[in-house]
Design a protein around this ligand. Structure first.
Ligand code: URA
Length: 189
């Protein structure tokens, strides 16, 4: 089975997942991008725009995220964008139980895509992927090497839109990401 077919199968599982639906509303938002992506961006949970369309990060914070991705000369078509929680949470922010359950779907996506660099956009992404709650204000920009993968911790783009200082730090973290990508591709040559 090729990677795209495997990802479509996981997306169908998410669409059928009754437990996910007990916490969420609207369409399932499995994620989108290149099945062979070396860089994966992981957010928190879909918002209203995403729940209407089934596409990740297409609202205000998504437009900002995608613009900063392009600013560091990455093609949106080359990366994969998703969120740990696959449905718009009924209560706005996902509860821990929901985040923990969503790992089932996310970890399947991770094992198919097998990215080299994972950009963790905020604390929910850190809890979902690393099972660790990082104080983002203090730890943003941190790079963690674990089990052959590189994790970059940064803010959720919504925080960058809310506070001008955070926006600057978010953009600085993406500049760091650009350097990280360059050093990775130099090392693999
Ligand atoms: N915020 C997220 O974390 N994910 C989305 O898909 C949209 C907004």
């Amino acid at each position: 089975m090729n990677k795209q077919t495997e990802l479509s199968k996981i997306a169908e599982e998410i669409e059928r997942c009754e437990l996910c639906k007990t916490w969420g509303i609207g369409k399932a938002v499995p994620g989108e991008g290149n099945p062979d992506a070396e860089i994966m961006f992981i957010g928190e949970a879909p918002g209203k725009d995403e729940a209407k369309t089934g596409r990740p990060f297409i609202g205000r914070s998504g437009k900002f995220l995608r613009a900063v991705i392009r600013e560091i000369c990455l093609n949106e078509e080359d990366v994969y964008i998703t969120s740990p929680v696959k449905y718009l949470p009924q209560k706005g922010t996902p509860i821990r139980e929901n985040i923990v359950h969503s790992r089932i779907h996310l970890s399947k996506q991770l094992s198919v895509i097998d990215p080299k660099i994972l950009v963790l956009l905020g604390s929910v992404a850190c809890i979902a992927v690393l099972d660790q709650a990082f104080p983002i204000t203090k730890e943003h920009g941190k790079v963690i090497n674990r089990d052959g993968k590189i994790y970059l911790i940064t803010y959720h783009p919504a925080a960058g839109l809310r506070f001008p200082e955070t926006k600057e730090r978010f953009i600085d973290d993406f500049k760091k990401l650009k350097k990280l990508i360059r050093s990775q591709s130099a090392a693999s040559r």
